[in-house]
Design a protein around this ligand. Sequence first.
Ligand SMILES: Nc1nc2c(c(=O)[nH]1)N[C@H]1C(S)=C(S)[C@@H](COP(=O)(O)O)O[C@H]1N2
Ligand SMILES: [Mo]
Length: 373
Amino acid sequence: MTSPNSVQRFVSAPARVAAPDEALSLDELQLAARNHGMPLEALRYDVTPAGLHYLLVHYDIPFVDAAGWRLAVTGHVARELTIDLAALRSMPRTTRRVTFECAGNGRARLSPRPISQPWLTEAVGTAEWAGVPLATVLGEAGVLPGAVDVAFTGADHGIERGVEQDYARGLGLSDAMDGEVLLADEMNGAPLPPQHGAPVRLVAPGWYGMAQVKWLQRVNVLDRPFDGFQNATAYRFKQGDEAGEPVTRILPRALMVPPGFPDFMSRVRIVDTGRHLLTGRTWSGWGPITGVEVSTDGGATWGDAALDPADPGGRWAWRKWSYEWAAVTEGPTELLCRATDQLGQVQPVEQPWNRQGMANNMVQRIPVLVRGG
Ligand SMILES: Nc1nc2c(c(=O)[nH]1)N[C@H]1C(S)=C(S)[C@@H](COP(=O)(O)O)O[C@H]1N2
Ligand SMILES: [Mo]
């Protein structure tokens, strides 16, 4: 698996784009086997059971001892703080139901394919995260005038495109202070599992996954923009070698629970003629979804789905939708769904290509074989 070629690759700089007909490599398979998606049938749960939630880890899952864990709050503050788990748990707590999505979701469907974690459409999940608002802790530290960004560093360490680093992400001060961002120590009513950031992670509702820093060690207030690798290089929309624009909030998406039952290898769905209630979930990090449309004829015609009332769990969680389908014509077809959010952003039918494969919210297509009853 570690061919001379792949050793060469980690000392060379930019992310590679696959040749037009290049197959998935063992390196990509290795990433896909470590970082799992949420099986789409789990779109049925309002809150994703922890083991079904998607998982993404750039390096190794660090072994962090909760008893010895400390959070350092440092930098451009009046009082630097060191907080242990008991101190964090003694502060006023909040629970938020939040849908997460990896910014690389949809990458493997791009053509040509940017080489990285090869997600299809399953890098998503919704959990109930509980903890302390970040604003409370920053308030205690006393952010000084002139602060610009807040940097969050995890306990995991690795090398990425030649750059050795602790995983770290920066967030603008106003986002960090908006009261929505949590220092979370619980997922779905239980302590965080190791793979989801135990003992404490950041939860930044509405943002793509890269902002949700796990195994949090340090919160550092900066009087200048954060220029770490994950902000300045990795999570950016680029066509070539330019700096590009930063990837921020989650673009609108709808996903459908695949109906009927699957063929083992192709996962083509087998559906009988007759009436079917198609259901799914929809979300956007930019505000409420205003509509979901469904096509049952490969995108030729579209109809409006019914949206369930907004989730009582909150504005950051996905919303359920449903659509009555009368399957009449026997033979192969494709089911599609697409969301529009309050900003009027609509999921594209054509791929929004960029060379790092970020935020591909192109509509989902489910191949179906309709058979006579
Ligand atoms: N410390 C640390 N935090 C991290 C990551 C990481 O590799 N290290 N991966 C990020 C990315 S890219 C995503 S998509 C989310 C995934 O969160 P989850 O695995 O809990 O679903 O975690 C983010 N937080
Ligand atoms: Mo991600």
